[in-house]
Design a protein around this ligand. Structure first.
Ligand code: ATP
Length: 297
């Protein structure tokens, strides 16, 4: 498959912080590619270098086989985490305004249909709900009919219903053949949307592949989750790894065998859960800390 974007040994150093420590990956045509990681992992810095917004300290970025340049930037649409919009403009007027910046913009009607904005075309920006604002920001990112769409934490702050709606929109956009590159720290979002993922922690890549290959590679069978007090004075590391402060996760190739072993050792089974592994579990396994909390070091 052809790479629409390729990043090689990309680095960014801010004064005393090495925010991105030599990352390399390829994004393939028509795929949804996710950059995952906790706060401070270097996701935004990486994506902003790819968008041409900040200068790398080292490494290479190429679009369609050529180094990042003004022409390649015409092929991208960016949905920023925050965009200052004029409160007194309506949804339709905002799209007209942004469309006028581009010689070859997409039709306003098609973008409004795609992003479910038709019914609120005449509503002023200040009257929009969080989900509606996010859909307008997505429409603005699509107004130049880009081949590659960048989304930086697109559903942060949205309620669960608005998040699901947004995911459906992204799926529709992908079906049009566009390549989507997103950052998120929501693992369910990545599992739902992404074909390929890169997991970053402290500026470096700690895993990259498709979500299902990564899960198959690191887990076989199920995870048994138990309240930590069930272990009594037994050593957690003998069984598995901590999940938060109150639970222990135990990898179980065969759940029945694992439960018999636990009973033999005198472990209580109250509050036992059996679950399949997800990307959150993978992150904890790889780093020893949860995705929602950056490593304190
Ligand atoms: N302009 C800057 N000047 C100095 N340090 C910066 C700057 N921007 C980011 N950093 C630092 O670089 C590191 C990576 O930040 P970055 O915003 O890329 O992480 P992130 O994974 O996107 O996190 P978040 O999910 O919180 O947005 C952090 O330690 C951050 O404090």
């Amino acid at each position: 498959m052809s790479a629409v974007v390729e990043v090689k040994n990309l680095r960014k150093i801010y004064d005393d912080v090495e925010a991105v420590k030599g990352v390399s990956f390829r994004v393939e045509q028509g795929r949804c590619f996710g950059l995952l990681g906790p706060n401070g992992a270097g996701k935004t810095t990486t994506i902003e270098m790819m968008e041409g917004l900040i200068e790398p300290s080292g490494g290479e970025i190429s679009f369609f086989g050529s180094p990042l340049n003004k022409e390649s930037l015409k092929e991208i649409g960016i949905q920023f985490q925050h965009t200052a919009l004029q409160d007194f403009l309506t949804v339709g007027e905002t799209l007209d305004l942004f469309g006028a910046f581009y010689p070859n913009s997409a039709s306003k009607q098609s973008v409004m249909e795609m992003c479910n904005l038709i019914e609120i075309e005449n509503r002023r920006h200040q009257k929009l709900s969080g989900g509606q604002k996010q859909r307008l920001l997505l429409a603005l990112a699509l107004i130049n009919d880009p081949k590659i769409l960048f989304l930086d934490e697109p559903t942060t702050g949205l309620d669960p219903h608005a998040r699901r709606n947004f995911w459906d929109l992204i799926t529709k956009i992908k079906q049009q053949g566009k390549t989507v590159i997103l950052t998120t720290h929501y693992m369910d979002e990545a599992e739902y949307l992404c074909d390929d993922i890169v997991i970053m922690d402290q500026g470096a890549i700690i895993a990259q592949d498709t979500p299902s290959r990564l899960l198959n590679q690191h887990f076989s069978g199920a995870i048994i989750r138990l309240p930590i007090e069930n272990l009594g004075s037994l050593d957690i590391s003998e069984f598995g790894r901590p999940f938060g402060h109150h639970h222990v996760d135990i990898d179980a190739k065969d759940v029945e065998v694992s439960i018999s072993n636990l009973l033999e050792k005198g472990v209580k089974l109250d509050g036992l859960q059996v679950k399949s592994a997800n990307l959150d579990d993978l992150f904890i396994k790889l780093t020893g800390h949860q995705l929602t909390e950056a490593k304190k070091s």
